[in-house]
Ligand binder design. Structure first.
Ligand code: PMT
Length: 223
């Protein structure tokens, strides 16, 4: 039987990639499908939470009982998360947000030209960082998609983005990371505690992350 230990909690989850448009037919993106974030939303709902899922483009169906808001770009995702953040108790940021977007959008399809084409990119805002400055009671959980020095890089992101937990993801490991139904993650706590989890279904990995979230939500507010 699923525990209803998130009853009465409002949880905001982000999932999927972002699409950064270059012209009406082309965009910059990454390999995220939304599976990890949708699993978090579904499991949080099963555990009784009131869940809002902010999703980049994804072919997945919205989990039952979850409010889903579709967005396209990082800027759109930031805007929706900023609107919903004040009323939320926890944010789980599983989306793979594009760090860059084309510096300008061409209103018409770009024509084939010479041998080489240079696309200028500009920095997208760091959404987690922009939200952490607004943090009052919210527990903030980030994900870190890494291909090398996983713990060091994930730990740096936890500090830089002022997170309570970060879920480090070796996206080069077999059956883990983007687009598969399983994931092998390590949960890193602010305190320095490091919890490597075995290869699990994304639903089971989501449940383990939610166990840690429940503990943080129930802890006295000393952050
Ligand atoms: O969607 P799936 O196919 O199931 O794949 C799952 C996943 C691999 C996408 C997921 O498990 C995962 O690791 N998500 C985080 C991917 C990512 O963007 O990691 P990052 O290390 O680049 O970013 C670190 C954190 O900052 C993330 O929580 C990210 O959402 C956030 N971020 C990143 C860039 C940005 N401009 N703003 C952000 O808030």
């Amino acid at each position: 039987l699923t525990p209803k230990d998130l009853q009465g909690r409002r949880i905001l989850v982000s999932a999927g990639p972002t699409h950064e448009d270059l012209d009406p037919v082309r965009f910059l993106t990454n390999r995220s499908t939304g599976k990890m974030g949708y699993a978090l939303a579904q499991m949080a709902r099963r555990r009784g939470a009131d869940v809002c899922l902010v999703s980049g483009p994804s072919s997945l169906a919205a989990p039952l009982g979850v409010e889903r808001l579709m967005v396209r770009s990082a800027l759109e995702m930031q805007q929706v998360l900023l609107e919903r953040f004040p009323e939320t108790d926890a944010l789980l940021m599983a989306a793979a947000v594009s760090d860059y977007r084309p510096a300008s959008f061409a209103g018409q399809k770009i024509k084939r030209g010479g041998d080489e084409m240079i696309v200028r990119l500009t920095h997208n805002p760091d959404i987690l960082q922009s939200l952490s400055s607004l943090k009052t009671r919210q527990v903030m959980v980030g994900f870190a998609a890494e291909t090398e020095d996983i713990y060091t890089h994930a730990r740096q992101k936890l500090e830089r983005k002022h997170l309570d937990l970060i879920v480090a993801n070796d996206v080069k490991a077999l059956n883990s990371g983007f687009a598969v139904d399983t994931n092998q993650v390590t949960i890193i706590h602010r305190s320095g505690q490091v919890e490597p989890l075995p290869l699990l279904s994304k639903a089971a990995a989501a449940d383990r992350v939610l166990d840690r979230l429940v503990a943080l939500l129930d802890a006295p507010l000393v952050r």
